[in-house]
Design a protein around this ligand. Sequence first.
Ligand SMILES: Cc1cc2nc3c(=O)[nH]c(=O)nc-3n(C[C@H](O)[C@H](O)[C@H](O)COP(=O)(O)OP(=O)(O)OC[C@H]3O[C@@H](n4cnc5c(N)ncnc54)[C@H](O)[C@@H]3O)c2cc1C
Length: 464
Amino acid sequence: MKLVVIGGGVTGLAAAHRAVELARERQAPLELTLLEARERLGGTIASERVDGFLVEAGPDSFLSEKPWALALCGRLGVENRLVRTDDRFRKVFVWHGGRLHPLPDGFQLLAPTAMRPFVTSSLFSVHGKLRMALDLVLPRGHADDESLGAFVRRRLGAEALERVAQPLVAGIYTADPDDLSLAATMPRFLDVERRDRSIILGLRRALARAPLPGTSGARWSLFVTFADGMEELVTTLAGRLPAGAVALKQRVSGLERSAAGWRVRTSDGGHLDADRVILATEAHATARLARYLDPSLANLLAEIPYSSAATVSLGYRRADIPHPLDGFGFVVPRTEGKALLAGTFSSVKYPGRAPEGHVLIRGFLGGMLNAAILDASDAALISRTRAELREALGITAEPVLTRLHRWPASMPQYRVGHLARVEAIERAAGALPGLFLAGAAYRGVGLADCVRSGETAAEAALQG
Ligand SMILES: Cc1cc2nc3c(=O)[nH]c(=O)nc-3n(C[C@H](O)[C@H](O)[C@H](O)COP(=O)(O)OP(=O)(O)OC[C@H]3O[C@@H](n4cnc5c(N)ncnc54)[C@H](O)[C@@H]3O)c2cc1C
């Protein structure tokens, strides 16, 4: 079988690797080509070593709760390359009223599960705490798919939304919670409400049944990364593909049905024939390629909005930072009016990110809520980040390392109704035999979801 995978991000790589695994298991011949438009593999994953620092330009970790990336690491034999977070510093801070407040212990994304730290927290007003406690008695809601913002406001109140849910969610999806589909992004909370009515009680019961990863001596922390950065996943996957399978700087410009299956055209005028094609590109890129195959499919794909983001990594001498940096980092509610969505204390969270006596801090900017800021020059973004780190952490010293990375149109937004759109996309794509879609745009934006999406596409492509 001739299989062409388009897109060399983690989804395309996971798809290509799974196809190789399956062909080997079944002793079936496979002629594999992976076409990537850029001069490097990895898509949004990129790690770099600079002056003893290990800088993550994009994702810095993956969730161990979702099993697919960990399972892949197991099959690749690289579990020994994974590193845990330093859970002595599990704390996350929230910027509120001009200073950093610790998020109370036991707060699970949207709601508290431990009462004492919640009641004594400086992050919430008395009124806000009482309103959150109302969740204990409020009845269930009825909406099939409501926004995450509406859900949190309804169950836990405006303060919980503004001070916790909104900034934590912005740090993951860079989205306005009032646009974000709860069912597509955090179905767990919908299930908790359906099953237990109260989010607080439901989360407490779930915790009693199964402690969270990273607690009670679990093997993995909630977030895991690679000793040499997330790019290790990319190089390992690429290294397991047949020699010559990867073609870089090959932008696919067209896709046509042919007598034998598919003809894949590249922008240098060349073409490749394939029996099966996996499209592991961003939805906007997939929409362009689907335009002449099925315009309504292309429209559905183009309707998935993407946001842009930037990361600013700053290295400092430890002695130059007055703050104890006793946490993984901080998130910033939009009500604070800052450029930063979040800041990660990278070298506290993970070992090996900064040379001895130094620390690495990474700011995250942009997203759906603050897209305009990315029009600023690199120098302006760096100086804004430094000014806000001065306010939050008291850092006035010059950084010894400064790196900025921009990620234009890189983060798909799961708006209310997203799952219905994805079902329609899957139905339309299902009518194009031999063509399979995968990637962050559909059923999960995290790396673990992308691995699952790519592997599922490979399994479907090699079927029959
Ligand atoms: C700044 C940032 C931080 C993040 N942090 C985390 C994190 O900590 N943990 C986590 O789990 N997730 C994180 N994510 C999300 C995660 O990184 C992405 O969802 C995931 O990497 C997407 O992988 P993908 O392969 O689906 O898409 P991409 O990585 O976007 O790859 C798509 C590839 O397709 C190629 N392509 C596009 N068009 C064509 C064409 N016509 N021909 C050939 N090739 C083409 C592109 O060049 C690209 O390489 C983060 C994302 C960003 C941007």
